[in-house]
Ligand binder design. Sequence first.
Ligand code: ZN
Length: 218
Amino acid sequence: MALPSPLVSRVGRFLVIHEESFAGVSISSNVYVLRDEGSFYIFDASGHKSLLSYLASMGIHGSLIAGVFLTHGHYDHVRGLESLREYSPTAYISSRDRQLMEETVRGYPSCSDFSEAKEVLSRLGLVSIPTPGHTPGSTCFYSPGEYLLISGDTVFTDGYFGRTDLPGGSDSDMLESLERLSGMRVESLLPGHGPVASESGSRHILDALSCAKGMLRG
Ligand SMILES: [Zn+2]
């Protein structure tokens, strides 16, 4: 597949649509795309109302999108679902963030909890990891075969971690989640915002944990 702009890159099996692709349209997030034979899975829908047309410009037609995995329910990660209603691929989100998502995307026709996503994730070589702290239902996706982590707004590169001062945020949960992630081997770190890291992901996570220990009260 041809990459349409420098704002799209590739890390392992994943296409990375950097959030700057959507700049000027709305506050957005990075979007990750995984191809599974003839279909595609999307990780975070961005805040871009026209996500569908953006994907179409990359040759990813709406009818080929088999599912959308959401790291959490904030509008800058879920609003793009609006543009997928016509095809309504199943949106997977933690039940703890479902209501938050519905504040932005009301009545999306096909929505499931991760308990129903295990089979699909396992076929894709991924597992979901609950990482509350930024929101109660924040979730990361890990590929044990590639040591790759899609980390939403829990942890970013260069020692940053997600804010905990929004409704539902928790300092102690964030610390526990960062501890949990720091115990895993991560090479590629694909966060919800900012640059991605294609190596040394664990170092970025350890830096974030050490910053969080200094800044948050557990
Ligand atoms: Zn967020």
